[in-house]
Design a protein around this ligand. Structure first.
Ligand code: NIG
Ligand code: FE
Length: 417
């Protein structure tokens, strides 16, 4: 199949010379073409430009059947890349949410059997098919809201068998979904009840049993650890990351959500692709990130839902760093995968300019999941992942009009969804 989108009011985030990310002041820039066309063939973008430079010969070179779309009055954006999610889970946790409204602390909820361990219990009882169906429905909704690539973590299993079960579900989603998917092994999400008071033994289990088995089935692109106060220490994180790297998994870690945990430093030391959450980021952490290949990633959905402090995004961009934004879609701290809302939160809560928030949710979040060579912008040879908006007046309208769906039509891997 080929797609010819014509009369596009504005084609946004186009790149003649693709970059891997945008940092510092560069985050305020992206290229756009007014009154544009876009041409795809198979799974790829093959051409784009101004309507006045379009000639019918361009279509005669296309071998596949061409579908024509008239986008008069509409914008075309590259699909969002959501570089941090936990969308394979069973059930939901709205009761804990109500408990939180009533004033219960995270610790009190955990004591009542809530939190990550609650999701682990439910996941153990669910079949692979049930988990697949539930995650598939979440992916469908995310796609309808403009997302075209998703990183998915394990971490609600917490036994070898159930972690493998989660990762096999992610593998099946990867194979069948129209979205680009990457998988992340997060055995170190929490210490399961069976290992209460024996954290070291659980870390040994991850290192000696889980990681080799995950690698044998080639189930994970990345390795993750919740490196934070009350969860896993920087020393435990180092041991887990080293073993994951030995088996070919690049680190991408949860860090500094609850405290100055040392997680950012460990992430940079092991060349993590990203360090995520980062509510507690000071000058020392910023100094470590500068000059590194690690993408600082913020998850405003979780900060909003839990009523936490917001990380120093403005300060970090002003210091010259790149920043990515992702949804953290999970049942406990961010039960939403709506990247349009994340775009708005970037502007409203972190004082990012619309251009910065757009880069943070496309090219920079593509980098944070290792796919900026194939996604995150409109460039020749990249995967044809984009959405066509309803008629809107400007790029700025996207974050401004928070809470409503501005996406009208979605194309993923060159197919209309
Ligand atoms: O990314 N911070 C750690 N893990 C998840 C929350 C998981 C849960 O509560 O189920 C997060 O926010
Ligand atoms: Fe997370």
């Amino acid at each position: 199949m080929a797609i010819f989108v014509k009369n596009i009011k504005q084609l946004v985030q186009v790149e003649e010379k693709p970059v891997v990310w945008r940092a510092g002041k560069e985050m305020q820039t992206f290229h756009k073409i007014e009154d544009a066309y876009l041409l795809t063939e198979g799974e790829k973008i093959v051409d784009f430009g101004k309507m006045c430079d379009f000639s019918p010969e361009k279509l005669s070179k296309i071998k596949e059947k061409i579908e024509e779309i008239d986008a008069t009055g509409k914008f075309v954006f590259p699909s969002f890349c959501d570089s941090h999610t936990h969308i394979v889970y069973a059930g939901s946790r709205e009761i804990e949410y109500v408990d939180k409204i009533k004033g219960l602390s995270y610790e009190e909820i955990a004591k009542r059997g809530g939190g990550i361990l609650n999701s682990a219990k439910r996941l153990a009882e669910a079949t692979e098919e049930e988990l697949y169906e539930a995650a598939w429905a979440r992916l469908q909704e995310m796609a309808s809201l403009g997302t075209g690539a998703v990183e998915i973590k394990s971490g609600y299993g917490l036994t070898t068998e159930t972690e493998l079960k989660m990762l096999r579900v992610i593998r099946a989603l990867k194979k069948n979904s129209p979205l680009i998917i990457r998988s992340n092994f997060l055995g170190a999400h929490a210490v399961p009840l069976a290992y209460k008071g024996k954290q070291q033994e659980y870390v040994d289990l991850i290192i000696n049993e889980m990681i080799p088995m995950v690698a044998t089935e080639d189930l994970a692109d990345f390795i993750d650890v919740f490196c934070d106060k009350g969860f896993f220490t920087p020393e435990e994180t180092e041991r887990i990351l080293m073993q994951g790297m030995k088996y070919g998994m690049r680190p991408k870690i949860h860090a500094n959500e609850l405290d100055y945990s040392g997680g950012i430093q460990v992430g940079v030391k092991y060349n993590a692709l990203s360090v995520d959450h980062l509510e507690y980021t000071g000058d020392e952490e910023i100094a470590h990130l500068l000059g590194s290949e690690t993408m600082p990633t913020f998850l405003p959905g979780a900060a909003f839902f839990l009523g936490m402090i917001y990380g120093p995004v403005r300060k970090m961009i002003d210091a010259g760093l790149p920043v990515a934004l992702a949804s953290d879609y999970n049942p406990g701290s961010s039960p939403s995968g709506n990247m349009q809302l994340i775009l708005s939160m970037g502007c409203i809560k972190y004082k990012m300019l619309p251009e910065e928030a757009l880069n943070a949710t496309t090219i920079n979040s593509a980098y944070a999941m290792g796919i900026s060579d194939i996604a995150g912008s409109i460039a020749k040879g990249k995967t044809a992942n984009f959405y066509i908006t309803k008629p809107i007046p400007s790029v700025e309208f996207m974050p401004y009009s928070f809470g409503s769906n501005k996406v009208e039509q979605v194309v993923l891997k060159g197919k209309i969804i």
